[in-house]
Design a protein around this ligand. Structure first.
Ligand SMILES: [Zn+2]
Length: 239
Protein backbone atom coordinates (compact mmCIF):
# COMPACT_ATOMS: atom_id res chain seq x y z
CA UNK A 1 0.00 0.00 0.00
CA UNK A 2 1.40 3.37 -0.99
CA UNK A 3 1.73 6.27 1.41
CA UNK A 4 -1.20 8.14 -0.18
CA UNK A 5 -3.47 5.09 0.17
CA UNK A 6 -2.41 4.59 3.80
CA UNK A 7 -3.13 8.23 4.55
CA UNK A 8 -6.54 7.89 2.93
CA UNK A 9 -7.34 4.82 5.04
CA UNK A 10 -6.39 6.65 8.25
CA UNK A 11 -8.30 9.78 7.31
CA UNK A 12 -11.39 7.71 6.49
CA UNK A 13 -11.03 5.87 9.79
CA UNK A 14 -10.93 9.10 11.83
CA UNK A 15 -13.80 10.66 9.94
CA UNK A 16 -15.91 7.59 10.73
CA UNK A 17 -14.94 7.50 14.41
CA UNK A 18 -15.45 11.24 14.92
CA UNK A 19 -18.67 11.19 12.96
CA UNK A 20 -19.91 8.31 15.08
CA UNK A 21 -19.03 10.17 18.29
CA UNK A 22 -20.83 13.33 17.17
CA UNK A 23 -23.89 11.32 16.15
CA UNK A 24 -23.93 9.39 19.42
CA UNK A 25 -23.81 12.67 21.30
CA UNK A 26 -26.61 14.22 19.29
CA UNK A 27 -28.77 11.15 19.21
CA UNK A 28 -31.82 11.90 21.29
CA UNK A 29 -33.67 9.15 23.04
CA UNK A 30 -37.28 10.03 22.49
CA UNK A 31 -40.26 9.30 24.73
CA UNK A 32 -43.91 10.25 24.32
CA UNK A 33 -46.31 11.60 26.95
CA UNK A 34 -50.00 11.30 26.08
CA UNK A 35 -51.91 13.54 28.45
CA UNK A 36 -55.31 12.66 29.97
CA UNK A 37 -57.14 11.01 27.08
CA UNK A 38 -59.97 10.12 29.47
CA UNK A 39 -63.70 9.81 29.01
CA UNK A 40 -64.66 12.69 31.30
CA UNK A 41 -62.62 15.12 29.19
CA UNK A 42 -64.25 14.12 25.92
CA UNK A 43 -67.37 14.92 23.95
CA UNK A 44 -67.15 11.37 22.63
CA UNK A 45 -68.08 9.99 26.06
CA UNK A 46 -70.31 12.93 27.08
CA UNK A 47 -67.76 13.64 29.77
CA UNK A 48 -68.50 15.84 32.77
CA UNK A 49 -65.67 18.17 31.70
CA UNK A 50 -65.78 17.58 27.96
CA UNK A 51 -63.31 19.73 26.04
CA UNK A 52 -64.26 21.27 22.69
CA UNK A 53 -63.28 19.16 19.67
CA UNK A 54 -62.78 15.88 21.52
CA UNK A 55 -65.05 13.90 19.23
CA UNK A 56 -64.61 10.43 17.78
CA UNK A 57 -62.40 11.71 14.94
CA UNK A 58 -60.02 13.36 17.42
CA UNK A 59 -59.67 10.24 19.57
CA UNK A 60 -59.12 8.15 16.45
CA UNK A 61 -56.39 10.52 15.24
CA UNK A 62 -54.69 10.43 18.64
CA UNK A 63 -54.89 6.62 18.67
CA UNK A 64 -53.42 6.31 15.15
CA UNK A 65 -50.58 8.73 15.77
CA UNK A 66 -49.74 7.17 19.13
CA UNK A 67 -49.55 3.81 17.36
CA UNK A 68 -47.18 5.31 14.76
CA UNK A 69 -44.90 6.55 17.52
CA UNK A 70 -44.98 3.18 19.25
CA UNK A 71 -44.13 1.43 15.97
CA UNK A 72 -41.23 3.85 15.53
CA UNK A 73 -39.88 2.37 18.77
CA UNK A 74 -40.58 5.19 21.19
CA UNK A 75 -41.78 4.36 24.71
CA UNK A 76 -45.21 5.88 25.36
CA UNK A 77 -46.34 7.13 28.76
CA UNK A 78 -49.91 8.09 29.54
CA UNK A 79 -51.00 10.44 32.28
CA UNK A 80 -54.29 9.76 34.02
CA UNK A 81 -56.20 12.23 36.16
CA UNK A 82 -57.24 10.09 39.14
CA UNK A 83 -59.09 12.01 41.84
CA UNK A 84 -60.69 10.97 45.12
CA UNK A 85 -64.35 12.02 45.43
CA UNK A 86 -63.50 14.77 47.90
CA UNK A 87 -60.96 16.43 45.62
CA UNK A 88 -60.38 20.16 46.21
CA UNK A 89 -60.67 20.99 42.49
CA UNK A 90 -64.37 19.99 42.38
CA UNK A 91 -66.80 22.89 42.82
CA UNK A 92 -69.15 20.51 44.60
CA UNK A 93 -66.67 20.33 47.48
CA UNK A 94 -66.86 24.12 48.09
CA UNK A 95 -70.01 25.53 49.61
CA UNK A 96 -71.73 28.16 47.47
CA UNK A 97 -69.37 27.77 44.51
CA UNK A 98 -70.24 26.83 40.98
CA UNK A 99 -68.36 25.24 38.11
CA UNK A 100 -65.49 27.34 36.68
CA UNK A 101 -65.40 29.74 39.65
CA UNK A 102 -61.86 30.71 40.59
CA UNK A 103 -60.60 30.51 44.17
CA UNK A 104 -57.27 30.60 45.97
CA UNK A 105 -56.14 27.18 47.11
CA UNK A 106 -52.96 27.04 49.21
CA UNK A 107 -52.15 30.52 47.85
CA UNK A 108 -52.51 29.52 44.20
CA UNK A 109 -55.23 30.29 41.67
CA UNK A 110 -57.53 27.33 41.33
CA UNK A 111 -60.31 26.84 38.81
CA UNK A 112 -63.19 24.88 40.30
CA UNK A 113 -64.15 22.10 37.90
CA UNK A 114 -67.16 19.86 37.64
CA UNK A 115 -66.34 16.54 39.34
CA UNK A 116 -64.31 14.49 36.86
CA UNK A 117 -62.03 11.47 36.63
CA UNK A 118 -63.08 10.09 39.98
CA UNK A 119 -61.06 6.98 40.77
CA UNK A 120 -62.50 3.72 39.42
CA UNK A 121 -65.40 5.42 37.61
CA UNK A 122 -65.90 4.85 33.85
CA UNK A 123 -65.22 8.54 33.13
CA UNK A 124 -61.69 8.18 34.48
CA UNK A 125 -60.83 5.46 31.95
CA UNK A 126 -58.21 6.08 29.27
CA UNK A 127 -59.72 5.79 25.78
CA UNK A 128 -56.62 4.35 24.11
CA UNK A 129 -55.39 0.77 23.96
CA UNK A 130 -53.44 0.10 27.17
CA UNK A 131 -50.95 -2.01 25.19
CA UNK A 132 -49.59 1.22 23.69
CA UNK A 133 -48.16 2.31 27.02
CA UNK A 134 -44.89 1.54 28.75
CA UNK A 135 -46.56 2.98 31.87
CA UNK A 136 -49.58 4.95 33.02
CA UNK A 137 -48.74 7.75 35.45
CA UNK A 138 -51.66 8.64 37.72
CA UNK A 139 -51.97 12.15 39.11
CA UNK A 140 -54.22 14.23 41.36
CA UNK A 141 -54.74 11.58 44.05
CA UNK A 142 -54.11 13.99 46.92
CA UNK A 143 -57.51 15.53 47.77
CA UNK A 144 -55.88 18.82 48.81
CA UNK A 145 -53.93 19.59 45.64
CA UNK A 146 -54.67 19.74 41.95
CA UNK A 147 -52.19 18.25 39.51
CA UNK A 148 -52.29 19.47 35.93
CA UNK A 149 -48.70 18.36 35.42
CA UNK A 150 -47.78 14.75 34.84
CA UNK A 151 -44.56 15.39 36.79
CA UNK A 152 -45.83 16.84 40.09
CA UNK A 153 -48.88 18.16 41.90
CA UNK A 154 -49.45 21.74 43.07
CA UNK A 155 -48.07 20.80 46.47
CA UNK A 156 -44.78 19.86 44.78
CA UNK A 157 -45.18 16.10 45.26
CA UNK A 158 -43.52 14.31 42.36
CA UNK A 159 -45.10 11.54 40.34
CA UNK A 160 -42.80 8.79 39.06
CA UNK A 161 -42.75 10.30 35.52
CA UNK A 162 -39.22 11.73 35.72
CA UNK A 163 -37.87 8.47 37.15
CA UNK A 164 -39.54 6.41 34.42
CA UNK A 165 -38.09 8.62 31.66
CA UNK A 166 -34.62 8.69 33.23
CA UNK A 167 -34.63 4.90 33.58
CA UNK A 168 -35.01 4.67 29.79
CA UNK A 169 -32.39 7.42 29.28
CA UNK A 170 -34.99 9.54 27.51
CA UNK A 171 -33.88 13.13 26.93
CA UNK A 172 -36.53 14.35 24.51
CA UNK A 173 -40.29 14.11 24.95
CA UNK A 174 -43.21 14.54 22.58
CA UNK A 175 -46.28 15.79 24.46
CA UNK A 176 -49.93 16.03 23.39
CA UNK A 177 -53.45 15.40 24.63
CA UNK A 178 -56.08 17.18 26.73
CA UNK A 179 -56.07 20.00 27.54
CA UNK A 180 -53.67 22.32 25.75
CA UNK A 181 -54.21 25.16 28.23
CA UNK A 182 -54.04 23.03 31.41
CA UNK A 183 -52.54 19.58 31.66
CA UNK A 184 -50.62 19.55 28.36
CA UNK A 185 -49.20 23.00 29.12
CA UNK A 186 -48.18 22.10 32.69
CA UNK A 187 -46.69 18.74 31.68
CA UNK A 188 -44.69 20.24 28.79
CA UNK A 189 -43.40 23.13 30.93
CA UNK A 190 -42.36 20.82 33.78
CA UNK A 191 -40.61 18.52 31.28
CA UNK A 192 -38.65 21.49 29.91
CA UNK A 193 -37.82 22.63 33.46
CA UNK A 194 -36.53 19.12 34.23
CA UNK A 195 -34.11 19.42 31.31
CA UNK A 196 -35.88 17.47 28.57
CA UNK A 197 -36.15 18.75 25.04
CA UNK A 198 -39.87 19.10 24.47
CA UNK A 199 -42.02 18.98 21.37
CA UNK A 200 -45.71 19.74 21.80
CA UNK A 201 -48.00 18.56 19.00
CA UNK A 202 -50.73 21.15 18.57
CA UNK A 203 -53.17 19.29 16.34
CA UNK A 204 -53.11 16.22 18.59
CA UNK A 205 -54.20 18.42 21.50
CA UNK A 206 -57.44 20.16 22.40
CA UNK A 207 -57.93 23.17 24.67
CA UNK A 208 -60.65 24.24 27.10
CA UNK A 209 -60.78 27.74 25.57
CA UNK A 210 -59.16 29.24 22.42
CA UNK A 211 -57.67 32.31 24.19
CA UNK A 212 -56.05 30.40 27.03
CA UNK A 213 -54.84 27.75 24.59
CA UNK A 214 -53.16 30.40 22.42
CA UNK A 215 -51.63 31.95 25.53
CA UNK A 216 -50.37 28.53 26.62
CA UNK A 217 -48.77 27.95 23.19
CA UNK A 218 -46.97 31.31 23.39
CA UNK A 219 -45.81 30.58 26.93
CA UNK A 220 -44.51 27.14 25.95
CA UNK A 221 -42.53 28.73 23.10
CA UNK A 222 -40.85 31.13 25.54
CA UNK A 223 -39.73 28.08 27.56
CA UNK A 224 -37.99 26.62 24.52
CA UNK A 225 -40.70 24.09 23.75
CA UNK A 226 -41.04 23.32 20.04
CA UNK A 227 -44.63 23.61 18.85
CA UNK A 228 -45.32 21.22 16.00
CA UNK A 229 -48.60 21.59 14.09
CA UNK A 230 -48.92 17.93 13.06
CA UNK A 231 -46.94 14.88 14.07
CA UNK A 232 -43.93 14.57 11.77
CA UNK A 233 -41.66 11.64 12.60
CA UNK A 234 -38.70 13.03 10.63
CA UNK A 235 -38.93 16.44 12.26
CA UNK A 236 -39.21 14.86 15.69
CA UNK A 237 -35.88 13.14 15.16
CA UNK A 238 -34.31 16.34 13.83
CA UNK A 239 -35.69 18.88 16.30
ZN1 LIG B 1 -58.52 16.93 37.42
Amino acid sequence: MGQAAKTLVWVSFFVLVLGGMVMAQDKAKIGVIVVDIQGDFTKLKNGSLAVEGTDEAYIKTVAENTKRLKEAGYPIYATQDWHPKNHASFFTNHKGKKAFDAIKLHGKDQVLWPPHCVQKTPGAGILLDKKLFAAVVKKGMDAQYDSYSGFQDDGGKKTNMDKLLKKEKINKVVVYGIATDYCVRATAIDAAAAGYKVIMVKNLSRGVAPESSQKAIEEMKTKGIVIMEDLDLEKIKAN
